[in-house]
Write a protein that binds this ligand. Sequence first.
Ligand code: S3P
Length: 178
Amino acid sequence: MSEKAKSKSSRIYLIGYRGTGKSTLARLLAEHLGWSWLDADAVLEERAGQSIRQIFTTEGEAGFRARETAVLRELSLLVNHVFATGGGVVLSEENRRRLRESGHVIWLKANADTLWRRLQDDATSGDRRPPLTVGGLAEIQELLRIREPLYRACADLEIETVNRTPQELVLDIARQLE
Ligand code: S3P
């Protein structure tokens, strides 16, 4: 195996819109593989000493995105890790290149209606995250329209999450990565 292929096979990045289950699956997939896992947003908050919501308020989205890129750069050096990434990580060309080159990238998919329902049920979402969804379902549809080509451009695997349990998804992903 080439050095590049070896390096790619020691990291898994889960990408996809908020509410697709990236953090839950990162933990379960890491357990399945005997690897570690990290939530990139949680690492970012720890480094910044502030919540993402606060960072958006004090530094704006540009400040948050710069931090997000720095954290991804740092995480991409770790091996045998599964990473849950933030839903907007693919907006940057630098991030898209880094994701593709340094790991297997798995896009967790769900339709806008399902995401809207899941996000309304997620009580922690509003406290920690900026209100990306003030525009409701229409905003999710619009962001998906912009982001889906970017998720697709990075993804080695596309995984449909609707009506499937996390356990089913883990087994499916592990099988497809073999
Ligand atoms: C964002 C998604 C969030 C977080 C930030 C911005 C986005 O991550 O990175 O609030 O632009 O979609 P999750 O996808 O983990 O909620």
